[in-house]
Design a protein. Structure first.
Lengths: 349, 308, 267
């Protein structure tokens, strides 16, 4: 592997006595898109602002291309940033906004024009160049903001919840558009969000943050299939989190010594009644009896809430027409696969 | 339905009567008075006389100059201070605003009087400076042009401050941050984004300040009496003076004064419309706050004019 | 996010501003209580002489009473006239509002001295000769406080959504008059109270119209102060301080009320 492009070492920050960032280390490769994912207040936005130079960290080093930028003012960091609220200058047109950074850097007019045209084409807003921000939709405004920060060719692009203020549909479109542009320009990017679906679809790598720490980082696949702690398991999806005692009741004694366990809702299979399906369907698995409490249809997936051996489980099954409803029978058998039971580490370990 | 109408008329009649009797009729009488001959008939003679009289022209010029100077100084000081106030924590900010609001009540006769005590011929500071031998102030005379400007600026500054500070909240911190990341230094941000965003508020405030200074009577009257040639004072002495009453001439001058203040208030109106359009979709989140600010703005403006 | 604390530049700037704004006030205050004050930064000795003399002065007490009386009458008249009128216009004739705005903005734009000229021209001769009487002054005062009363009443009506309130009261069987008295009035009262007090304090500080219209005949506190300025500085200071303290108390009450009312309306 080549050396990391952006490297954070021991970033610390406290606000009024409470610790917001607690010795955060992070390294990012050139061209990588890393997502900082976490609930609000976990420190992800503060970390982003520290990189941008808008918030001064109490300690730590920020290396960008081997140069320590921690002491530089924002304008000299070669970092671009897109805000949740767009932060476009309302007194300037779309063109004026995109041109702004180039003007401030004293780029000559012909070059400015060339760059602006390029970027207008990139974000597909050529016909809106003369419009003022308040005449654009939210999605268009955010595309202008993206073009504006790309115009100065930053070494790193920071996106602070750029899609949170948009409608669900526009959010999905713009999400893939951002990813396309990022890949095309091979732009090193840090994306901050609290939406795990957004993080999963967009990222090369996800860092989950909680209480000022990065609690786990890895590819979307790893994070989804191998959560290390209960926090990650709960945050990444609708994992069933079981205590040791609960897990023993479902899987028997032979499950190790962890304090808690995670079980993916789609890893459990429901078998209707007795003997309807062959036992072979759950080879190597355990069969447990239970009762269905409630059913809800989530489109292509049906979600069951099942009580088995005194443990409540959430179970997802594909909505393929073979599934059954509560009214058919409250009683059900569960096929459990012990290999799907994940041991979780203690918080903060 | 018929009953309904009568009921509404009953509610409106006293109001219509009062406005007609004490607002519209006097204005009309003044207008017609300024263009009618004393024996009857129509004339522009009074206006002609004004524009050929060095004395009246000087009064107009003095008033305009004092209004322009005091508004400009008040605006600049108010602008800087308004920005400064937004940098404080809300608790201290509210205290500062309260103090400014309090001193904006201090206008007219009591204000002139306070300055006489401090800087008049036998004023405390005047004597003190003399004793200390500070001759920088030796040339200063409270009862002259420089004294008037000083006192006018005093009541313009808090007004400008209170009118301007809400618009600083329209300048988002994130604009500043975005500009910084794009390579702008703070002064470059203010030149390219901050000040252009404030322009409507600045011109609007300037209009109010100008009208306020043009119309100010009590302060000048208490300070210099009839000794300094100002438009408002000239009008007062022509209409209700002890020496000679020339009500037609007074009316003509009053019409000119009203024209200048109407123009200034119109400027304010246009500018506040413009700033609304400018920022409409931008501050939608704080629209309620803006509404309240706007109201306060109008109230304050009226308050100043009544007081000064 | 977190706001950085104001730096020393801002602190010293505000300190300068506050000194500038407060010096005339403090100076007047000290002068009113000073026995000897010449060629020193602070008075050499203090006395209550001036304040006592002021309260012994019958003309002062007279002027204070006159001001009180005239302002109260004008505000009461304005309330009686404006409440029904603004109610009718806001609730039943919203089309007239643009016209109303024009009428209401005129007192802003027309300086007191100009208004005085018009009033004198109209009422100093001819059939209605009321210059120099309290009638013309009350009329003039009515116009001065027109904007405050209109805005205050209108905003209160809109805040409590008067049309809807009225409709529901009438649907429940209340007559229109009754609905106005029992539902609308109690609800807008706090807001109206604020503009009433504000109007009162504005009128208390009025000088131009008073002096030009009735100056020789009726003495309000402002006219009285103007006349005493040239006699004794210390006495005049005491009067100015008393006047200012009164305004201060009034505006503090105003602010407290305003906070309370806005707080409730916000909920």
């Amino acid at each position: 592997m080549n050396a990391s492009y952006l490297e954070l070492q021991g970033i610390r920050k406290t606000f009024g006595g409470s610790i917001v960032l607690d010795n955060v280390d992070l390294s990012i490769q050139e061209g990588e898109l890393v997502t900082l994912l976490g609930p609000s207040g976990c420190g992800k936005s503060t970390l982003l602002r520290c990189i941008a130079g808008l918030t001064e960290p109490d300690g730590g080093r920020i290396l960008l291309g081997r140069k320590d930028i921690a002491s530089l003012p924002p304008r000299n960091r070669e970092v671009g940033m897109v805000f949740q609220s767009y932060a476009l200058f309302p007194n300037l047109t779309v063109y004026g906004n995109i041109e702004y950074g180039l003007k401030m850097r004293g780029v000559d007019k012909a070059e400015r024009q060339r760059r602006c045209e390029e970027l207008l084409a990139l974000v597909d807003l050529e016909e809106k160049r003369g419009a003022y921000p308040q005449q654009l939709s939210g999605g268009q405004q955010q595309r202008v903001a993206l073009a504006r920060s790309l115009a100065v060719q930053p070494k790193v692009l920071l996106l602070d919840e750029p899609l949170s203020a948009l409608d669900a549909k526009i959010r999905k479109n713009l999400r893939s558009e951002i990813r396309d542009i990022q890949k095309k320009l091979n732009m090193t990017t840090i994306f901050v969000t609290h939406d795990q679906e957004e993080a999963l679809t967009l990222s090369d790598r996800i860092c989950i943050m909680n209480n000022g720490h990065i609690v786990q980082d890895g590819t979307p696949e790893t994070l989804y299939s191998r959560p290390r702690t209960e926090f990650v398991a709960r945050f990444m999806g609708s994992y069933n989190v079981l205590t040791h005692a609960e897990a023993v009741r479902l899987f028997g004694d032979d499950i190790g010594r962890a304090e808690s366990y995670a079980l993916r809702p789609e890893s459990v299979r429901l078998l209707a009644g007795f003997g309807e399906h062959g036992f072979s369907e759950s080879v190597g698995g355990r069969i447990v009896e239970g009762t269905i409490d409630s059913v809800s249809v989530l489109g292509n997936v049906i979600r069951y809430s099942v009580m088995a051996n005194g443990v409540r489980l959430t179970i997802d099954m594909l909505n393929d027409g073979r599934t059954f409803r509560t009214e058919t029978s409250g009683a059900v058998r569960l096929a459990l696969n012990p290999s799907q039971l994940l041991q979780l580490e203690k918080e903060g370990a | 339905m018929k009953h309904n109408k009568r009921w509404m008329l009953l509610g409106l009649a006293p109001f219509v009567f009062m406005v007609l009797a004490f607002q519209l009729t006097p204005i009309l009488t003044m207008l017609t008075g300024s263009v009618s001959k004393s024996g009857g008939g129509f004339t522009f003679g009074y206006y002609d006389k004004i524009f050929h009289s060095a004395f009246y022209l000087q009064a107009i010029k003095n008033s305009l100059l004092i209004a322009v100077y005091s508004s400009a100084i008040g605006l600049i000081v108010g602008l800087v201070c308004a920005y400064s106030i937004t940098r404080f924590a809300p608790r201290i900010r509210d205290r500062l605003l309260m103090l400014s609001n309090m001193t904006s009540n201090f206008a007219g006769v009591p204000l002139a009087f306070a300055y006489i005590i401090l800087l008049g011929n036998n004023g405390v500071f005047t004597l003190l400076f003399k004793q200390w031998g500070w001759d920088v102030f030796a040339g200063f005379n409270l009862y002259s042009w420089s004294g008037l400007v000083l006192v006018y600026v005093y009541f313009q500054v808090p007004l400008a401050l209170l009118l301007l500070y809400p618009s600083f909240y329209g300048i988002r911190d994130q604009w500043r941050e975005a500009a910084a990341l794009l390579g702008a230094r703070p002064w470059q941000f203010w030149r390219t984004v901050g000040l252009p965003m404030l322009t409507p508020a600045i011109f609007g405030t300037l209009g109010i300040l100008f009208a306020n200074a043009m119309g100010a009577y009590a302060t000048a009257y208490a300070l210099v009496g009839g000794n300094y040639n100002l438009l408002a004072i000239r009008i007062g002495s022509l209409v209700a003076g002890d020496v000679v009453n020339q009500p037609e001439m007074g009316s003509a001058l009053a019409v000119l004064l009203a024209l200048s203040t109407l123009l200034a208030v119109y400027l304010n109106h246009r500018m506040s419309k413009r700033s609304e359009r400018f920022t409409a979709s931008y501050v939608s989140g704080s629209s309620e706050k803006r509404g309240r600010g706007g109201r306060k703005r109008a109230w304050l403006a009226a308050k100043e004019e009544a007081g000064a | 996010m977190m706001k950085s604390k104001a730096g020393w530049t801002h602190r010293s700037l505000m300190l300068l501003l506050m000194i500038y704004l407060l010096i005339p006030l403090i100076g007047t205050f000290m002068y009113g209580f000073a026995k000897q004050w010449q060629t020193t930064v602070l008075p050499e000795s203090w006395t209550l002489e001036w304040v006592l003399e002021m309260f012994k002065d019958l003309r002062f007490l007279d002027a204070l009473w006159t001001s009180f009386y005239l302002c109260a009458v004008s505000v009461a008249l304005s309330l009686a006239v404006m409440l029904p009128a603004v109610f009718v216009i806001t609730v039943y004739l919203p089309k007239w509002e643009t016209f109303m705005k024009g009428v209401v903005v005129l007192p802003y734009a027309v300086p007191g001295v100009v208004a005085a000229v018009g009033l004198i021209r109209t009422y100093s001769s001819g059939p209605i000769d009321i210059t120099g009487t309290a009638y013309i002054l009350v009329g003039a005062y009515f116009v001065v406080i027109l904007p405050y009363m209109y805005q205050g009443i209108r905003n209160s009506l809109l805040t409590v959504s008067a049309p809807e309130l009225l409709n529901s009261a009438e649907m429940l069987g209340a007559s229109r008059m009754r609905a106005f008295a029992t539902v609308i009035l109690p609800n807008i009262w706090p807001g109206v109270m604020i503009s009433t007090l504000l109007s009162f304090s504005v009128l208390f500080g009025e000088f131009v119209l008073t002096n030009m219209l009735v100056g020789g005949h009726i003495q309000t506190i402002q006219v009285y102060l103007y006349q005493r300025v040239n006699e004794s500085g210390h006495l005049a200071s005491a009067i100015a301080v008393t006047y200012f303290l009164f305004i201060l108390v009034l505006s503090t009450v105003l602010m407290k009320l305003g906070k309370k009312f806005n707080g409730e309306a916000g909920r």
